[in-house]
Design a protein around this ligand. Structure first.
Ligand code: CA
Length: 653
């Protein structure tokens, strides 16, 4: 096996075998279906057909060997809804495999299904279009099951945790609680944790299993446990499209979290059809593990790159997905990411589809020669239309992820004044191995599915003693922590990168201190819509911050070409900083932003001019003259303040 692994990839192999067609899989219409699979080392490939996802075979057909390792067969008749798999024979050994290019499948993705995609479209799909791009995108990270699993979500029980919940309306046409909340929040994009078929939840189970879904099985098929029927492969396709259509209709775009860096198991359909090709191995033959999940897909090889690029384009075209978030993007190559950016721009228009990812990996991984890992250190090589999660800002605001008790600037951290001012300016000085061109390359965030929720992190940093405290520490509102939460959000929304937050951050989401809930109970993970009601004032604060960014171009300005976006950066006292933003334009308006993370109120001297307060630690999006003596303003302890200097002649409200 090890010897084949060595000879099954490389430049010479790709030169001989790589196939650039985009017709692998089962291309199905009502008159015939063409099956094509890439099996470069096979001596024989058979196609087996089944009536459903569990019945015995009814037909076996030999496939013909075509050029460049492709095997093909055309079957006449209407095969929509027919299940299939392949038997790949090499050196006298036969293996069964589903189709790595499948567009539909049965329960748990074990059998592929031929699908005539034109028969999987919801009503009016032909005119589905996303809402127009806003001047800035605000991204909300959401898990399909988390969204509606709670009884207070407003969703009937049979649709809770499913794609269907997103398209559900009450009989009188009103939106259910969960969807109304999402629509009114003001975010522009919903980023879903994986919605392609993954392996860790039994689609035949009782529905109480939970997983984030970072364990792909079929990359081009929606996950069956989110569908009302996992056995009929057309249902999940239809219902996933319905979800995206409903989000579009409610003014939201959709981003997919894509996990092309590893698969659920190394014994995948990819491996079975082309042994030794798709995974990285060390010189001793062992699989590399830069993903921390047991295997690494070998981005940088021709057929891997084709597979990933075609898969992204497929979701964008067929499902109208509006953006892609690459998990462990550091295991991809800069070359592949730039190619995907170019191809998306070519088909859909420049910048129409978002593209960003995690610019790191869990461990070292042997890359192909002449490729560059898509790591933070290689940001200067990235197409400017690709952004990365900015962990520098994240850690500066709320503290590191690996020590639960280490605080950031917003919740008691010391000596972070310089970092927080760098974050506010878009890291113009860079940091170790980190030199962004400008803030368009940065995603600003303090919480995502990984690690503690923001609220839990704040609770843990404030808790006495060691260990994780009981539920009583996490559940009730606490004014000191709410102030820290608002300050953390205020900082994020006054940094120039693209804002991003985890669903529920806006209502103090808690997982009771569970810092890695990837397979914890749904009760731990799901959004608690009673809590959303209870913490409604915090949600209002987030809504106000989102509106402010829309109104004030200086806050969201990403270019560092224009000199002086941020100036007058000042450290006034330990944990008290301020800076100004030139909004530009003929108005010559200026913004003054202050962060006071200290335990004392701070009296800030205002520069000349008439200033009004647009946000403070209690209310975002307000219009209040900065009174007192007209030259000073008090920034209360643990709060942020945003002031706008009116140009001369403006009449105040
Ligand atoms: Ca699955």
């Amino acid at each position: 096996m090890e010897t084949t692994a060595k000879t099954r990839h490389g430049k010479r192999f790709d030169w001989k075998y790589s196939y650039s067609g985009n017709d692998l899989g089962a291309i199905c219409s009502n008159v015939r279906t063409m099956f094509k699979v890439w099996c470069p080392g096979a001596d024989k490939v058979d196609l087996t057909l089944y009536r459903d996802d569990a019945s015995p075979a009814y037909r076996i057909l030999p496939m013909r060997k075509k050029n460049r390792g492709v095997w093909a067969v055309i079957v006449e008749g209407d095969l929509h809804g027919t299940y299939y798999d392949y038997t790949v024979e090499e050196a006298g050994q036969a293996v069964h495999t589903a189709d790595p290019y499948a567009r539909a499948c049965g329960r748990n993705g074990i059998r592929s299904m031929a699908v005539d995609l034109s028969r999987t479209n919801p009503k009016d799909w032909w005119r589905d279009a996303p809402p127009p791009l806003q001047p800035e995108q605000v991204i909300y990270e959401l898990h399909v099951k988390d969204f509606s699993d709670h009884p207070a979500s407003g969703i009937p029980e049979e649709y809770r945790g499913k794609f269907k919940a997103f398209a559900y309306r009450y009989e009188d046409g009103r939106l259910p609680v969960c969807m109304a909340h999402l629509k009114e929040l003001g975010v522009t994009h919903v980023q879903f944790l994986p919605i392609f078929d993954y392996g860790s939840v039994d689609e035949d189970g009782d529905g109480r299993q939970f997983n984030w879904g970072y364990d792909p099985v079929n990359y081009n098929v929606p996950e069956g446990s989110y569908a009302t029927d996992a056995a009929d492969g057309a249902v999940r396709v239809l219902e996933c499209k319905e979800m995206i259509q409903a989000l579009h209709q409610n003014g939201l775009r959709v981003v997919m979290d894509v996990v092309y860096n590893h698969t659920y198991a190394a014994d995948s359909w990819l491996e079975r059809t082309a042994p030794g090709y798709y995974y990285r191995r060390r010189s001793n033959g062992a699989l590399s593990n830069g993903s921390g999940c047991g295997n690494d897909i070998a981005a940088g090889r021709a057929m891997v790159d084709n597979y990933i690029a075609n898969s992204v384009l497929y979701w964008a075209r067929e499902y109208h997905v509006d953006g892609f978030r690459f998990d462990l993007m550091g295991l991809m190559t800069v070359e592949l990411m730039n190619r995907i950016r170019r191809e998306l721009d070519l088909v859909f228009g420049p910048g129409e589809k978002l593209l960003y990812g995690e610019p790191w990996r869990a461990g070292d991984s042997p890359m192909e020669a002449d490729t560059h890992p898509a790591l933070k250190a290689n940001l200067p090589l990235f197409h400017p239309g690709i952004a990365v999660f900015c962990d520098n800002t994240r850690d500066a605001v709320k503290g590191g992820c690996f020590d639960a008790r280490s605080p950031g600037f917003a919740n008691g951290g010391r000596d972070l004044e310089h970092s927080i001012l760098q974050a506010a300016a878009g890291w113009p000085e860079g940091a170790w191995e980190f030199n962004p061109w400008d803030a368009s390359q940065l995603i600003t965030y303090v919480s995502c599915h990984d690690n503690f929720t923001l609220w839990d992190k704040l609770v843990l940093c404030a808790a006495p003693g060691e260990g994780v405290p009981g539920p009583d520490a996490f559940l009730p509102p606490r004014e000191d922590l709410l102030a820290q939460n608002r300050l953390a959000a205020f900082i994020c929304f006054t940094c120039p990168g693209t804002p991003f937050f985890q669903a529920g951050e806006e209502f103090a989401r808690t997982k009771l201190g569970d810092g890695n809930s990837y397979r914890s109970a749904p009760e731990v993970n799901r959004l608690d819509w009673d809590r959303a009601w209870q913490f409604g004032a915090l949600t209002d604060y987030y809504r106000g911050l989102i509106r402010l960014r829309r109104e004030l171009p200086g806050l969201r300005e990403k270019s560092t070409d224009r000199p002086g976006r941020v100036d007058s950066q000042t450290v006034h006292a330990p944990r008290v900083v301020s800076f100004q933003i030139n909004q530009g334009g003929p108005e010559g308006e200026r913004l003054l932003v202050a962060y006071n993370a200290s335990g004392e109120d701070y009296v800030l001297e205002l520069p000349a001019g008439r200033w009004i307060i647009r946000a403070d630690g209690q209310w975002a999006d307000q219009h209040r003259p900065a009174v007192e003596d007209g030259t000073h303003v008090t920034v209360p302890r643990c709060s942020g303040m945003l002031l706008l200097r009116l140009r001369e002649g403006t009449i105040t409200a």
